[in-house]
Design a protein around this ligand. Structure first.
Ligand SMILES: Cc1cc2nc3c(=O)[nH]c(=O)nc-3n(C[C@H](O)[C@H](O)[C@H](O)COP(=O)(O)OP(=O)(O)OC[C@H]3O[C@@H](n4cnc5c(N)ncnc54)[C@H](O)[C@@H]3O)c2cc1C
Length: 596
């Protein structure tokens, strides 16, 4: 619960090699629980240091908060107001780094803030710097405060000028650049942040970098999705005697099989579920106080045009931050911030959709929107610290690492729990967490990840003409520029590995989409730990996000995957129904399958 697709799913008797790699040798120096970006980032860093590390994720990688973000890789200008200078500085530095080391997925994002007043928010902001608390009713931020914030932001961004400095425009020029903005604006401030276009695939790239580093190094790095930590394992879940460490019980969520696994250090990166995971290990904690946020994706050419390629970042009169921005040919609108109930599904509600429509009307009053333009919705729970009196929007976005275990019922292992952690800072956070783990193990850091290209970001062309050349160089008989461009967008330069696989046998595009071929689906099934049809639709491709899932596509994907994944007719039908259920329940999408 509290996730985007955690409902019951069909079972299988297939032995997955990812699970086998953990079962065959059920011990590691470090066990990471949770395969969101922070767990996966830490996995990669530890593997690069030659540590024997294992990771388990109970669903698919990036299915928690990491798959529900606003896709911004940003310094978090509004955190300045909370006095979180350390976080903003780290975020800006990391944003600039990710633009360099993951250029295949992280792209510059021009952002405009429409401003309706000159001074609002100025009086309350200094109080917040001191207390980190929201004082009274939130106020819309005025020009003065935004100018101040953006100047500080520029100051933090000064390392090498990866992104241009901010610009302030008066009403006339702002409306010339964005003519459909509300005519009542007084100013518009424009600056650059970044967005991550394919967070699910970036997570997978980070994971695979870790696996590769493990395979090349002296030790090992193993990871499996659909594998949960369920409880302490062994006789009484205690220390495993002379070998040290603790034994926990893992369950294969696809087969139901349960086995024990022992580690010296356990890293709990289960996000909003951190306390529940600690509880399962017999160690009570109350670190977390997650807040839910939702988004809608619109197929709306008018709104797309109104944004003119920019993110419109805006503060509603209730003090909540909202954003409207183009992602390819769709428009993403978000987000809300309400205390989450982890016992309930995180879904975008009707009331949230009304709220989004209201704010679109506030920014672009002459751009009508309707529900039938929504092609996808998603929601997730931010893994924030417990916040008692502080309003959700003003809870610290910084992270910390809590040390526990050893003298608790977690047996002999040290347990490090991650509290917080944004997408933007995942690399730096993984570095901190890895340093803490290395200290526990008495080891030294060998490699820095600060400048290390991630997955298909290595050698990715950095200009439009470079991209064009890359595409031309990889075209062949039967594969046109569109197809190569699609592969480069999906995999970065790892597309070369995919192309080699496609070339090794007869291939054809699917009948239901020109974006996927039979062998590409096989490649995903064999190399990317696909457990379900829904993993392909939501996380291996962006077909669901863009509202492109049809009944025909669902059937065809299930049919093709059935061969490498060993599904019989009943398993295939169950997969189709499960995908339909997830799409409807968590993403507001109804797909009518062609088979019963
Ligand atoms: C609405 C919203 C908008 C956001 N926008 C942004 C943004 O624009 N920019 C930004 O930088 N950040 C943003 N964030 C924050 C960011 O997405 C998260 O902080 C980050 O992704 C957290 O990653 P994580 O790996 O710590 O947690 P998660 O991604 O939640 O991963 C935790 C994982 O643990 C798994 N798990 C749970 N229990 C178990 C178990 N017992 N065994 C095995 N696995 C288990 C879960 O299935 C899950 O996959 C946003 C978050 C939300 C919700």
């Amino acid at each position: 619960m509290g996730t985007n697709d955690s409902s019951g799913h069909p079972s299988s008797s297939r032995q997955r090699s990812s699970v086998q790699s953990l079962r065959k040798r059920p011990r590691a120096q470090v066990l990471i629980i949770g395969g969101g970006i922070n767990g996966v980032g830490t996995f990669r860093d530890l593997a690069l240091q030659g540590v024997d590390v294992a990771l388990v994720e109970r669903g698919d990688y990036c299915q928690g908060a990491s798959g529900a973000s606003s896709h911004m890789i940003h310094g978090g200008i509004r955190y300045l107001e909370n006095g979180e200078f350390r976080l903003v500085q780290e975020s800006v530095v990391e944003r600039n780094r990710l633009l360099r080391i993951a250029p295949h997925y992280v792209k510059p994002l021009q952002t405009t803030i429409p401003i309706f007043s000159t001074f609002s928010g100025v009086l309350s902001a200094p109080l917040r710097f001191l207390t980190h608390k929201q004082q009274g009713k939130p106020k819309e931020r005025g020009a003065f405060l935004i100018k101040l914030g953006l100047s500080m932001y520029d100051f933090f961004s000064r390392d090498g000028g990866t992104v241009p400095r901010h610009q302030f425009r008066g009403r006339k020029r702002a409306l010339a650049e964005l003519p459909r903005l509300h005519p009542g604006i007084k100013y518009a401030a424009t600056y650059f942040d970044a967005s991550v276009h394919n967070p699910e695939r970036l997570t997978l790239d980070v994971l695979q970098d870790g696996e590769k580093a493990g395979a090349a190094g002296p030790s090992d790095a193993r990871a499996s999705n659909y594998l949960s930590l369920v409880s302490m394992g062994g006789a009484a879940g205690n220390s495993s005697g002379s070998t040290g460490g603790s034994t926990v019980q893992l369950r294969d969520e696809l087969t139901g099989e349960v086995f024990d696994f022992t580690a010296d250090v356990i890293v709990n990166t289960t996000g909003a579920w951190v306390d529940l995971t600690n509880q399962a290990m017999g160690a009570a904690s109350s670190f977390m106080g997650g807040t839910k946020g939702s988004h809608i994706v619109l197929d709306h050419p008018g709104l797309l045009e109104a944004c003119n390629g920019r993110e419109i970042f805006f503060e509603h009169t209730d003090g909540r931050i909202v954003l409207i921005y183009p992602m390819g040919d769709r428009v993403l609108v978000g987000t809300t911030d309400v205390d989450a109930d982890m016992a309930e599904d995180a879904v975008c509600t009707d009331a949230e959709i009304d709220y989004f429509f209201d704010l679109i009307g506030h920014v672009f009053p002459d751009v009508p929107v309707s529900r039938d333009q929504i092609v996808y919705t998603f929601a997730g729970v931010r893994p924030l610290p417990r916040h008692d009196a502080t309003q959700p929007g003003f809870v610290s976005r910084d992270y910390r690492i809590e040390r526990g275990g050893q003298h608790t019922s977690a047996g002999g292992a040290v347990v490090l729990s991650l509290v917080g952690g944004k997408w933007t800072t995942f690399r730096a956070l993984a570095e901190h967490l890895t340093n803490d783990v290395l200290k526990e193990l008495g080891l030294e850091r060998k490699v820095s990840t600060a400048k290390l290209a991630i997955g298909g970001g290595a050698g990715f062309p950095d200009t439009a003409s470079g991209i064009e050349q890359w595409i031309k160089a990889h075209m062949s008989a039967g594969r046109d520029a569109d197809r190569i461009s699609g592969l480069l967008t999906r995999y970065g330069t790892r597309a070369e590995e995919v192309l080699r696989y496609l070339d090794a046998g007869p291939d054809r595009l699917l009948h239901s989409t020109r974006e996927l071929s039979v062998r590409e689906l096989e490649f995903m099934a064999r190399n990317e730990q696909v457990g379900h049809v829904i993993d392909v639709l939501i996380r291996r491709t962006s077909l669901a996000f863009r509202g492109l899932v049809t009944g025909e596509l669902l059937n065809e994907v299930a049919e093709v995957l059935a061969v490498p994944l060993g599904w019989d007719a009943a398993a295939r039908a169950a997969e189709i129904h499960y995908a339909q259920e997830v799409l409807e329940r968590f993403h507001g999408v109804q797909v009518h399958s062609l088979v019963a």
